[in-house]
Design a protein around this ligand. Structure first.
Ligand SMILES: [Zn+2]
Ligand SMILES: [Zn+2]
Length: 167
């Protein structure tokens, strides 16, 4: 296991890079327009407070809306999460072909972790891991909670842990 992680990290150093990430550079990753909105009030229905949304049905054109009043780290990670959803939809991922929410959230969480790993964004990765831990332990969260818990049991999570702490 340890060797596998080391190989992964080594490959990452070759293909990735650790350039400074900004909100502007993250927005460029999005296949759909990203808008900042103050006080997003839509409730996803599982008790969580919405801070970002990816619109893909109804009359809204494909777009991402992000709560404006957040730290830079939260905004960057939130945009990445919604970009993960957008890519799943556009690439016709199985998570958009059924109505089950947890796999969809799981894919978005994984997208963020993989992106931050490959681009060696240690501080952002630590913030995201703290968020995932809190989310997975919050029993009120019926959609995001189980998705975060599944990600925390994955090999990807162990790789992230190894990257941020070396063990
Ligand atoms: Zn997906
Ligand atoms: Zn989501």
């Amino acid at each position: 296991m340890k060797n596998k992680l080391k190989i992964f990290l080594f490959l990452m150093l070759i293909i990735g890079g650790c350039k400074k990430v900004t909100i502007k550079s993250i927005k460029k990753l999005s296949p759909v327009p990203v808008y900042f909105i103050s006080n997003i009030d839509k409730n996803p229905g599982d008790g969580s407070r919405t801070i970002g949304q990816f619109f893909y049905r109804g009359t809204d054109a494909l777009q991402i809306r992000i709560e404006e009043h957040m730290s830079v780290s939260s905004k960057i990670r939130c945009i990445l999460h919604e970009v993960g959803h957008a890519k799943c939809l556009i690439e016709k991922c199985e998570c958009y072909s059924n109505s089950e929410e947890p796999p969809r959230e799981e894919h978005a969480y994984r997208y963020v972790l993989i992106w931050l790993l490959i681009h060696q964004q240690k501080d952002l990765l630590i913030d995201e891991m703290i968020k995932l831990r809190t989310t997975s332990e919050d029993e009120k969260l019926k959609i995001h909670g189980p998705a975060a818990a599944t990600v925390r049991r994955s090999g990807l999570w162990r790789t992230c842990k190894y990257f941020v702490s070396g063990k």
